[in-house]
Design a binder for this molecule. Structure first.
Ligand SMILES: NC(=O)c1ccc[n+]([C@@H]2O[C@H](COP(=O)([O-])OP(=O)(O)OC[C@H]3O[C@@H](n4cnc5c(N)ncnc54)[C@H](OP(=O)(O)O)[C@@H]3O)[C@@H](O)[C@H]2O)c1
Length: 267
């Protein structure tokens, strides 16, 4: 039984440069590891967990790749500017210029409250990181891209099938679809694509508290065609395909990687 797709395609990203937000752990770390293993130079962006981010970078470097870390709080546009300045300085030092080929907008937070009880600061935070942060990161990232550039944002199946309690989170992820379609139209003329990968339930720190509740875990498996939870590598697999040169003709799309979550009719 497969527990997460992890088939490395050697050399797929040779000579390409990527920046992955929220890459200190979970889905972002899996994407960064895979990009690094397939030959990309990778910037690992984190908010607090410098040790975890450094570990991901070290794993890539130990296998012969190039990786470095950047600290930034994506809720702050001044930090997003500083993140790109750090990218410019380090990539010019290591590679001679600041070209970027792949931006993975992965950093995200959840918010759980009924819409009738949501606090403004909770709404502002989830929108600032998940939607505004992704847009401003993409705006600056695109300026560093040339023909073949790829922007991949990590959405959520909550965007089109939200459950109770996650209205603000669902709104923030739905915003990524509009953003992505607009980026695709605007940047297509330069040979740059933009797409969204929409994960179903995936085992990370973010979901650990839910997936350890046996009844909840059983319900998620039951509603999933593949009868298991996602692993971060399952999401990395699709994100890396969309980030790769071969995905040139796919743009403005919202693609779910969920093992068929909620395809199974409830009995
Ligand atoms: N796991 C799932 O089931 C699931 C399902 C659907 C969608 N998603 C989406 O997938 C993405 C990754 O989720 P995950 O489960 O892997 O999350 P996670 O394990 O909680 O990791 C979150 C990552 O985002 C970073 N981050 C959080 N707030 C940030 C901020 N303000 N500025 C910069 N970085 C920040 C964290 O950095 P630090 O480590 O430094 O805190 C960490 O690297 C998110 O966009 C999430 O909404 C996840």
């Amino acid at each position: 039984m497969n527990n997460g797709s992890n088939t490395i395609i050697p050399g797929r990203f040779e000579g390409r440069r990527a920046l992955v937000t929220g890459a200190s752990r979970g889905i972002g770390a899996a994407i960064a590891r895979r990009l690094g293993a397939e030959g990309a130079t990778v910037a690992i962006v984190y908010r607090n967990r410098s040790h975890d981010a450094q570990e991901v970078a070290s794993e890539i470097v130990d296998k012969g790749g190039i990786a470095f870390t950047i600290q930034a709080d994506l809720a702050e546009t001044s930090d997003i500017d500083a993140m790109w300045k750090a990218w410019d300085v380090t990539s010019e030092e290591l590679l001679g210029d600041n070209r970027l080929d792949v931006l993975i907008n992965n950093a995200g937070v959840t918010s759980a409250a009924p819409l009738t009880e949501i606090f403004e600061h909770a709404y502002d935070r989830v929108m600032a990181i998940n939607a505004k942060g992704a847009l401003f990161a993409a705006a600056e990232g695109a300026k560093r891209m040339t023909q073949g550039g790829r922007i991949v944002s990590i959405g959520s199946s909550a965007a089109d099938r939200p459950g109770a309690l996650n209205g603000a989170y669902a709104m923030s992820k739905a915003a990524l679809l509009a953003m992505t379609r607009s980026l695709a139209v605007e940047l297509g003329q330069y040979g740059i694509t933009a797409n969204v990968v929409s994960p179903g339930y995936t085992r990370t720190d973010n979901t650990a508290h839910m997936l350890t509740v046996p009844e909840f875990a059983a319900r998620v498996s039951e509603l999933t065609a593949m009868k298991r939870f996602g692993q971060p590598e399952d999401i990395a697999s699709l994100a890396c395909y969309l980030a790769s040169p071969e995905a040139e003709w796919v743009t403005g799309q919202w693609i779910e990687a969920s093992g068929g979550y909620r395809l199974v009719p409830p009995v």
